[in-house]
Design a protein. Structure first.
Length: 318
């Protein structure tokens, strides 16, 4: 297997893992928070982080993975990734609670715009005019869909906007940080969970969620508990797949992959969840954004293949 083929296999493998895990965890989160009416998305975040710490520690204890031991130098080096991760996760869970899967998936496309801007500013990357134009059309579709959203919720819209900005920052910093190759993917996963755990517990304790959790009547539902366990375990796998996909594919391509996944979820959400309210304005905006997002994804994939082909051939010799 030559280098180009191996690169494509890694690209497809990391993308498939991320799409599969992300789709499953979004539908599970939505099911737990809306159908089971679980009262605290912050507690779900705390549980996911705690399981991440336990799993990484067990894997290292069994000598299956390696990463630097806890030290102040390591903490200093990996900042601000854990803070971005924790805030990103909490905002994502919070916006899922009151948004339909369709509108959640549509509004997540703003992450591509923010990533493009941050890559230009922080990584000095340039983009083709066609790619920028497709992003403009895609965001235009999102705006139209938002205008036609009959279930508009200002609080959820605010959360998902912050979520998009944090996602862009997180993916760019992962790419920048992974180039050092000092921590490895499991090291970044472990430190993300370890350092964000105290802050996530503080957020949970500061809100009124603790009283709601105590009064929740669904703790005897074994199906709910099983879903919480699966969702929390998959949360760790999601973090790993994000780190893997970003380091292999790059931050913008990672968000393109997320965009394609969200296009699928956009139309799935019209049937799943029961909280999507149809309007023609909203549907036209959703479809416009989905179509331009698909064009954007095709352009990005073609550019990646071209870059890999040029890299494989090497420099032209005269």
């Amino acid at each position: 297997m030559n280098e180009l083929t191996l690169s494509r296999v890694k690209w497809m493998g990391s993308a498939t893992l991320y799409i599969t895990v992300s789709t499953l965890i979004i539908t599970l989160n939505k099911d737990i928070l809306t159908i089971h009416k679980f009262p605290s998305f912050t507690l779900m975040g705390v549980i996911q982080i705690l399981i991440g710490i336990i799993l990484c520690s067990l894997l290292k204890a069994c000598h299956l993975v390696t990463y630097p031991s806890v030290s102040m130098d390591s903490v200093y080096m990996i900042m601000p990734l854990p803070i971005l991760y924790m805030l990103n996760m909490v905002m994502g869970l919070g916006s899922t609670q009151n948004l339909s899967i369709t509108m959640y998936s549509v509004l997540r496309r703003f992450a591509v715009l923010f990533t493009l801007i941050l890559e230009y500013l922080l990584l000095k990357k340039r983009f083709s005019a066609l790619k920028v134009f497709s992003v403009i059309i895609m965001i235009g579709g999102v705006v139209i869909a938002s205008i036609g959203d009959l279930a508009f919720d200002a609080y959820s819209y605010t959360l998902i906007t912050v979520n998009n900005i944090l996602t862009a920052l997180y993916s760019v910093y992962i790419k920048k940080f992974s180039e050092t190759k000092q921590f490895g993917k499991f090291g970044m996963l472990f430190y993300n969970c370890l350092l964000s755990f105290p802050l996530s517990v503080m957020i949970f304790g500061y809100t009124e969620d603790m009283d709601k959790v105590r009064q929740y009547e669904g703790w005897s539902d074994m199906i709910l508990l099983l879903k919480l366990l699966i969702c929390s375990t998959m949360g760790c796998l999601l973090i790993y797949s994000q780190i893997l996909c970003t380091s292999v594919c790059g931050p913008l391509t990672f968000n393109v992959i997320g965009l394609m996944k969200n296009i699928f979820l956009t139309y799935l959400g019209m049937w799943f969840g029961g909280d999507y309210i149809f309007s023609w304005v909203n549907f036209i905006g959703v479809t416009t954004s989905a179509f331009s997002g698909t064009v954007y994804g095709v352009i990005s994939f073609m550019e990646i293949q071209t870059e890999q082909a040029v890299h494989d051939k090497g420099p032209l010799r005269v």
